[in-house]
Write a new protein. Structure first.
Length: 202
């Protein structure tokens, strides 16, 4: 008896499970759920990539998810440039508790960061021993501001008015505190916000 070309044998239970899994993986709802889960693990503030200052290699900020972040726009020839020393000390002191300082050089204020990325990197390392992550020079205000600073200004209602403005971001990315350029990294009010963020688990 010749086989019926319209007849398909019933797949084995193992094959049925495999087919069901493939169907689920390819469904739009599964893809949306996976994307939502990934976005939840990485707060919106961190869903960016910036080139590292030293070698201009792209860095995904999602690598800092779950950390308390201190985002600072910096400049090499500013009255506040000595804050580099205190920022590095802060980074070293609280790193094991989950703090990461992120530096963003900018020439937006007073033309006080005119050099190349390599010149900035050399200055920061040789003058202040900076080890915390820094990224290539970018705008932090105006239409051409990098997307992270646009988000931070929108979230706090405060944009940088000068070099060394500080944004402190909680571990889950749901709270941001803004501190102006004149606020030193060892300012009691700033340290109070930092301690609160560090003591809160994501």
């Amino acid at each position: 008896m010749s086989p019926n070309p319209l007849h398909h044998p019933t797949p084995s239970p193992r094959r049925q499970l495999l087919l069901a899994g493939l169907a689920l993986a390819c469904s739009p709802s599964w893809a949306q759920t996976a994307t939502k889960s990934a976005n939840t693990a990485c707060p919106a503030f961190l869903q960016h990539r910036f080139d590292r200052l030293q070698d201009e290699k792209p860095q995904d900020l999602c690598q800092y998810a779950g950390r308390v972040l201190l985002v600072v726009n910096t400049a090499s020839f500013c009255g506040f440039t000595s804050q580099y020393k205190d920022l590095e000390a802060l980074h070293a002191r609280y790193r094991d508790q989950g703090l990461v300082v992120l530096g963003f050089p900018s020439n937006d204020f007073g033309q006080q960061e005119p050099g190349s990325n390599q010149a900035i990197a050399d200055f920061c390392e040789n003058t202040f021993g900076v080890r915390f992550p820094m990224f290539v020079k970018s705008h932090v205000v105006g239409e051409d501001a990098n997307p992270l600073f646009k988000q931070l200004a929108s979230a706090t209602g405060e944009r940088p008015r000068w070099n060394f403005h500080k944004y402190l971001i909680s571990r889950d990315g749901r709270e941001v505190k803004s501190h102006g350029s004149a606020t030193q990294p060892n300012n009691p009010k700033f340290l109070k916000d930092l301690d609160r963020f560090l003591s809160t688990k994501s």
